[in-house]
Design a protein around this ligand. Structure first.
Ligand code: NI
Ligand code: MN
Length: 229
């Protein structure tokens, strides 16, 4: 079994079937939806970063420092982290995948969103936003990151058991577009994220559940709750 825990906003922990612990989009200390701090998060083998915005990246450097985890992100985010003294980085790019021990095959998927890097005062490391598709030896997991609805999502069909999709609107898909994304991706289970962190992304996840209907099982988690799959 794999275990997914949602910490609020876009931050998740995935414990892969093969044993590694993966934190996606670390945003703990200043995340109003999360009761945990960076100091509570350990051990961690890998940190996956969908993009460099504050609400996905703020605790990447502290968590990498405290756990020694390898950070996986775009080539530019990896290069920026090296300028900040983080040695264990693995740069990738959209459409590319790589096998990581203890996890499986991790592929960066397209996201339609902007991509500055929080903490980069030079602007030299601005990059594209992405999502991650993880093939855990036959069990598929997708974290969409921040994105608009795109037709490209249809390409994920058949590969995803659990999809984690933003529904907050304003910065990402809202509930109606996220429900159309479910139609494209066709996961067994979908977990809504990136909502109710602040008023600007306030949403009723039950509205999303109604929009999805019988296209997938909508698993609404409270921050700190988990699901096994
Ligand atoms: Ni963003
Ligand atoms: Mn965001």
């Amino acid at each position: 079994m794999a275990k997914l825990t949602w910490h609020g906003h876009s931050t998740c922990t995935l414990v892969a079937e093969a044993g590694a612990t993966v934190v996606i989009d670390p945003f703990f200390d200043e995340n109003p939806a999360c009761e945990l701090g960076v100091a509570d998060i350990s051990p961690v083998d890998y940190i996956l970063v969908t993009h460099g915005h504050f609400d996905h990246f703020a605790d990447c450097i502290p968590l990498a420092q405290s756990t020694g985890a390898t950070v996986i992100g775009t080539f530019e985010i990896a290069a920026f982290l090296q300028t900040q003294g983080i040695e264990n980085v693995h740069g990738m790019n959209i459409g590319g995948g790589h096998h990581f021990d203890g996890v499986g095959y991790v592929k960066m998927t397209p996201a339609l969103h902007t991509g500055s890097v929080h903490g980069d005062e030079t602007g030299a490391y601005a990059t594209l936003a992405a999502g991650f598709l993880i093939d855990m030896e036959g069990k598929g997991f997708h974290h969409a990151g921040d994105t608009a609805l795109t037709r490209d999502m249809e390409l994920l069909r058949g590969q995803v058991d659990v999809a984690v999709l933003p529904i907050g609107d304003n910065f990402t898909m809202g509930p109606a577009d996220a429900a159309r994304a479910v139609d494209f991706i066709s996961p067994k289970i979908v977990v809504p994220i990136h909502y109710n962190t602040w008023d600007i992304v306030a949403q009723d996840p039950e509205l999303f559940r109604r929009e999805v209907g019988d296209k997938a099982q909508v698993q609404i988690l409270n921050p700190g709750e988990s699901l096994e799959f």
